[in-house]
Unconditional design. Sequence first.
Length: 189
Amino acid sequence: MKLNIKNMVCSRCLKVLRQELEQLGIKVSSIELGVLVIDEMAGNHTEILAKIESVLHTNKFEIIHSPEEVLVEKIKHFLLCKIEEPPLDSTVNLSQILSTEFNHEYKSLSKLFSHFENTTLKKYFIKLKIEKVKQLIQLRQYTFSEIGHLLDYSSVNHLSRQFKEITGESMTEYKNAELANRRPYDEIS
């Protein structure tokens, strides 16, 4: 049985889900971000699915039923992978990258994304970038200028303005704060 899953954003998600399902005697054939394949099992299909849904719900995942929602999750995973592998490519803009990757016009992708996520693709991508900025600031391995370059900002001023607009504080304030106020990727909307 193949299930499309919402909110799977990292390797720990895969590990936790596999462990918890296997503890219930549910054999996982394969698992990757957004997709769970369960071996066919003897027994009541409805009960097995209820157990799976319970584990998913407990871990803030959910089954995706429509092809449109599956596409939105694929877009989110694609953008997350882009953010996790800087530097970003400034020679091609986001709309071109997504149109090519998903073989749809950007306008239709954006409309679909906005319908399910209640935010635009552009705003979502900016929020992902800002979370990556927070991570890079915490690592203290890069200057603000280097972070801006890695994440394809035209200047450190552009990055600073966007950071303050999204977080409400400057990058320096964030860097000097005792508590890092980061959001998990699956909570970004």
